[in-house]
Design a protein around this ligand. Structure first.
Ligand SMILES: Nc1ncnc2c1ncn2[C@@H]1O[C@H](COP(=O)(O)OP(=O)(O)OP(=O)(O)O)[C@@H](O)[C@H]1O
Ligand SMILES: [Mg+2]
Length: 333
């Protein structure tokens, strides 16, 4: 097959906020995907989707499939930008479609769908102005997050608040720094889990990954904050989460967590691949925080490949599974 890999490249730019490029991919990730695609016998070219490179590429080249990891340029539909262009040009691509990508990027609308489907998700309130009245039913501590970001952008330990004053401070800060709505939700104290789903012929829930932050105490960070994600593995900073895959769970809890992730994947309409972030409360209820239809694919650092390796797959098998799943859907096999 002739495949184009569409991506946004992580850059260094001191004039931008520290988390500006956090969602984008590194050269190592792009090179690893290119090598994996080649190893499976395909022809591949990597295309930075920065305007207008994408247009000029597809004007000159025809491809059988796009392997899409592009996070998009800006705005709350950014992850749908490349798929929307590919839909218009009638070019098949891997992963979720324009609709599901835009939906999953909007945490609040996703949570409303999860609630309607009886999938547990933390109680929440959306703030658009910062002058709204606080819903008295919400129980502190709460965590404040930008409504449409990923890579934990805008999420620091100061965003976990236990009173209304601090809440409104963080809400206003989020509104002004990220130019978007602020979501406040109940903070679930308990195990951090993430669940990978991979479709290749049949839908497969990978071994659950548990991320344990207890070794990070000296850093002051205690959950998957932006700092934890950005500097993961940095011993000097003490940001050394321990990964357990499969997660240390009783069989019945494991089954419930997997079922909730699969229901979430289907409710949001994800295709080929997704990663659902979950927190277990003290009664072992799995609360879905969000679903990522474009999970990070860094072969060393990212959560998704760790789960694939635990399932006995090599990195190139993971990449090929995504391509095969998309090809089958598009009738290319
Ligand atoms: N309600 C919550 N209760 C407890 N911890 C939470 C909650 N919401 C978020 N967190 C913590 O913050 C992290 C980031 O939150 P979330 O997954 O919602 O953000 P994101 O930016 O979409 O992340 P990603 O990097 O997966 O795209 C979670 O992995 C978890 O550690
Ligand atoms: Mg997340």
């Amino acid at each position: 097959m002739k495949i184009a890999l569409t991506y946004n490249l992580k850059k260094k730019d001191e004039t931008k906020p520290a988390d500006y490029f956090s969602e984008y991919d590194s050269e190592e990730t792009i090179n690893a995907i290119v090598s994996a695609i080649k190893a499976k016998g395909h022809h591949v070219e990597a295309i930075d989707v920065e305007y207008p490179k994408l247009f000029s590429y597809f004007r000159k080249n025809s491809v059988d499939m796009v392997f899409n990891i592009a996070e998009g340029q800006s705005g709350k539909f950014r992850e749908s930008e490349v798929p929307a262009i590919l839909d218009y040009l009638n070019i098949p691509y891997t992963g979720s479609d324009t609709f599901s990508l835009a939906l999953a990027l909007n945490k609040t609308i996703t949570k409303k769908i999860l609630k309607a489907e009886n999938i547990p998700t933390p109680n929440f309130q959306l703030f658009t102005k910062g002058s709204e009245e606080l819903d008295p039913a919400l129980k502190f501590p709460l965590i404040v997050k930008p409504n449409c970001e990923g890579s934990a952008k805008g999420i620091s330990k100061a965003n976990v608040v236990d009173n209304a004053d601090d809440l409104f401070k963080r809400v206003k800060e989020t509104l002004s720094s990220y130019h978007q709505e602020a979501l406040a939700e109940e903070f679930i104290e308990g195990k951090e889990l993430t669940v990978g789903i991979l479709e290749n012929g049949k839908t497969r829930v990978l071994p659950i990954l548990e991320i344990d932050f207890s070794e990070c105490k000296n850093s002051g960070e205690y959950f998957y904050s932006w700092k934890m994600k950005e500097y993961q593995g940095n011993r000097e900073l003490g940001l050394v989460p321990v990964f357990h895959c499969p997660a240390r769970l009783d069989k019945d809890v494991e089954a419930r967590v997997k079922e909730v992730a699969l229901k979430t994947h289907r409710a949001v309409g994800c295709l080929d691949i997704s990663r659902t972030d979950i927190r277990l409360d003290k009664f072992n209820v799995p609360y879905v925080l969000e679903i990522n239809p474009l999970p990070g694919l860094d072969p060393q650092e990212s959560n998704f490949p760790i789960m694939a390796y635990a399932a006995g797959m090599k990195y190139e098998d993971l990449i090929e599974a995504i391509i095969l799943s998309a090809s089958e859907r598009k009738g290319l096999n």
